[in-house]
Design a protein around this ligand. Structure first.
Ligand code: BGC
Length: 741
């Protein structure tokens, strides 16, 4: 359709039809034969009349070509102007093929790998009828208590967030949104959702504008610059005003300053929640606040549907805003080619050929391997030697629940468990004992009841637990090495999964303690969605392979990695705390006036634990041993238009080939406002042959040195800087230079 035709279409629409476009509901309703459900079923609480339901502009979480077509047909059959519905979904880490959860993907430090995963995910989703994906989540996250750490692609670093945001948006959207394999990206959650106080989901965010601009805004900005079609508001308040009705945020920053032209959608029910926040006095005011702030679509509340019309009748300015919003929505539908073909790229035949195809599964496995982080490898216990007897123990050894809490549509059945893959490799003689459940029933029951599901009583749980441990010990006694697969339950990280205890569950710790007594090497494969508190168990473990929730091909990817067919290359994007009391702990913090110093009392420290994290940002081992030496700067004074080249010598002192992520950090030593102790400015992921030596170069230029100064101007200031290069944010070589401007 030409733009002119869209404008004409807009002019033909009644006010009810226009407002309908700005409402999003769950699509299930259109699948029901019995339309009386519309009034009595799940939409009853939304207080939407049947007429209004058939005016809505979009639905969420309906996917699958057949379902999408059915819903679209049902909707269009009753719609006057035949404006197709938009289908929006949460395809967070893949559709049928579940890829590693976002926190894991980020640890690959490999934009090509992330692009590839995103493209496969976009292709699977597009032929399954999705038009818009609520992804990526680019909220900078520093607090391991927050359950949504698992969704944070850039972790605690704004540069990673920026780079990944751009990569993902482009991979989803391509050049032409109507092309097969392309979907619109809805970037979330504006803004600063990752900074919720105490890591408690949906909680308050209060921060200085400088902090916001320096750390939290860059990933959203990068996504906008990459052409993201949609942004989702966050549930939190930001400096006193709910994000969803925050005019400064949406109008001033997002639209005016960053030039965002696309659609702003509220999060699930968030417009209505502005009343609960104590900001909007009633539903009418909530509607007025949201439309004035610039929210185009009301997700899962009836505030727009039931109140915008009266507001338009009262005030022409609001009607103008409604017209602008509807034009944006129709424009997106047009870009997706829905006016020509309301099914979009939904195609059952293609689904049969493409979904879960073997070539994509093979790619997925390789990409998954890039996301594993080797946290510990004492005495090179890994890779495993095939002639050693290995005892497989733990609730994740024979478990397909490794796709993460957002993986709603994935096909979990096809790719086997660690146990299956071991049997394939070693024959059926493997030593296996479950050892324990992931969680005690009491804890599972808490999750079930929060979901409104019936709880379960387990008879003699304590005795069963004891029996499992005994059997695990017997199994372990027959082996040379114990391979433990433990971790969080997949429902312990994700939305509404904030936790004050981020250690492994008690029953799992008990299992480790009992096995430790056997004095055999223990290798832990760790499944989780957030940095875990490991301090109580770390010393008892010889190796730790962090695999997060690795997705469909996870088991195969893990076993190959353990046997050295692949070499770990992932690096943490979030610091692992010593214990939860340190949260939030992150590498790019400010210095205090009294930095930590052993043997001094009145310094910034904890009495009981070290100040630094257990595993820092950027950290991750390899089967290779990389040695960094000879940092060299081609000059030590830099003027405005100049660059400095930093070179470092890296030697792979091992017989293995592998990848290393070389990281460049900078510290501005004195500024008009204090600057962080280190900031990531560049990185390279390089392949090394056994014993290969490479000289790696980085260029430092002026934009890398800019920050928001005391007047909130984005500038670089003359002065002295430190430059660090290393394989993580702590073990670095350093030098200094001066900037003269
Ligand atoms: C989440 C969003 C998600 C939306 C739609 C909300 O509860 O915060 O991230 O996209 O639901 O499912």
């Amino acid at each position: 359709m030409k733009h002119k035709e869209i404008v004409e279409l807009l002019s033909e629409m009644t006010i009810e039809e226009k407002i309908g476009q700005m409402v999003q509901i769950s699509g299930d309703i259109f699948l029901s034969e019995d339309t009386s459900r519309i009034l009595t079923g799940p939409l009853h609480d939304l207080h939407l009349s049947k007429e209004k339901v058939y005016h809505v502009g979009s639905v969420l979480n309906i996917v699958g070509a057949e379902r999408v077509k059915k819903v679209q047909d049902e909707y269009l059959s009753k719609s006057r102007l035949k404006i197709p519905l938009l289908f929006m979904d949460d395809i967070i880490n893949g559709y049928k093929i579940a890829f590693p959860i976002p926190i894991a993907q980020g640890c690959s430090w490999n934009t090509k790998a992330i692009k590839e995963m995103t493209k496969i995910s976009a292709m699977e989703s597009s032929i399954a009828g999705a038009n818009v994906n609520f992804s990526p989540m680019v909220d900078l996250s520093r607090d391991a208590r927050w359950g949504r750490m698992m969704e944070s692609i850039g972790g605690e670093d704004p540069l990673l967030g920026e780079i990944y945001a751009k990569t993902i948006v482009k991979a989803y959207q391509g050049k032409n949104l109507s092309d097969i394999g392309k979907i619109a990206s809805c970037v979330k959650h504006i803004a600063a959702y990752g900074a919720v106080e105490a890591g408690r989901d949906y909680n308050t965010v209060d921060m200085s504008e400088r902090e916001f601009r320096q750390y939290y805004l860059p990933p959203y900005k990068a996504a906008i610059e990459a052409g993201a079609e949609m942004l989702m508001t966050s549930f939190n308040i930001l400096n006193g005003i709910p994000s969803t009705v925050n005019k400064w945020l949406i109008q001033e920053v997002i639209r005016k300053e960053l030039g965002f032209k696309g659609i702003v959608i509220s999060d699930y029910g968030a417009i209505k929640e502005t009343i609960t926040h104590g900001y909007s006095a009633n539903e009418t005011e909530a509607a007025k606040n949201a439309i004035n702030a610039g929210v185009d679509i009301d997700m899962m509340s009836s505030i727009y549907a039931n109140h915008l019309k009266d507001l338009c009748l009262e005030n022409q300015e609001i009607e103008k805003k409604v017209n602008e919003s509807v034009l944006r929505i129709l424009t997106l539908k047009n870009k997706l080619g829905l006016f020509e073909n309301p099914y979009g790229n939904a195609n059952q035949t293609k689904e049969k050929i493409y979904l879960m195809n073997s070539s994509n599964l093979e790619k997925a496995k390789k990409l998954t391997q890039e996301t594993f982080v080797l946290l510990k490898n004492k005495n090179h216990v890994l890779p495993l030697e095939k002639n050693k007897k290995i005892a497989l123990i733990g609730p994740y050894i024979d478990n397909i629940g490794i796709t993460g809490s957002w993986s709603m549509f994935s096909d979990r059945t096809k790719n086997g468990t660690i146990l299956d893959i071991f049997k394939e490799k070693m024959g059926s003689q493997v030593l296996y004992a479950k050892g324990c459940e992931i969680l005690r029933q009491e804890e599972i029951n808490k999750i079930l009841s929060a979901d409104g599901l019936p709880t379960v009583h387990v008879e003699n749980e304590a005795q069963r637990e004891q029996d499992m441990i005994v059997s695990a010990i017997q199994t372990a006694k027959k082996a040379d090495i114990i391979l433990l697969a433990l971790g969080e339950h997949y429902r312990q990280s994700g939305e509404a999964c904030s936790r004050s205890n981020i250690a492994l569950p008690e029953n799992q710790i008990q299992l480790i303690n009992e096995l430790y007594i056997l004095s055999k090497p223990i290798v832990l494969i760790l499944f989780n969605g957030r940095p875990i508190e490991l301090n109580k168990i770390e010393e008892k473990l010889d190796a730790i392979l962090e695999v997060w929730f690795p997705g469909t091909t996870g088991a195969k990817a893990i076993v190959e990695m353990l046997f050295g067919e692949e070499n770990p290359s992932g690096k943490l994007t979030m610091s692992f705390p010593q214990n939860v009391g340190q949260c939030p702990v992150y590498y790019n913090h400010y210095n205090t006036g009294r930095p930590h110093h052993d043997n001094l009392r009145y310094v910034s420290r904890y009495q009981d634990i070290p100040t630094e994290s257990l595993y820092p940002f950027g950290y991750g081992l390899s089967y290779c041993d990389f040695k960094y030496t000879q940092i060299h700067l081609n000059k030590h004074k830099m003027r405005k238009n100049e660059t400095i080249t930093v070179t470092v010598k890296i030697e792979n002192q091992s017989d293995y080939a592998g990848y290393e992520v070389i990281q460049l950090y900078i510290q501005d030593l004195y500024g008009s406002v204090v600057r962080p102790v280190k900031e990531l400015k560049a990185f390279k992921k390089e392949y090394f042959k056994p014993h290969e030596i490479k000289y790696i170069h980085f260029d430092i230029d002026l934009p890398m040195l800019k920050f928001w100064n005391e007047k909130l101007e984005f500038v670089a200031e003359s002065g002295e800087f430190k430059v660090f290069v290393g394989g993580d944010s702590v073990n670095v070589l350093e030098d200094r230079f001066e900037l003269w401007i």
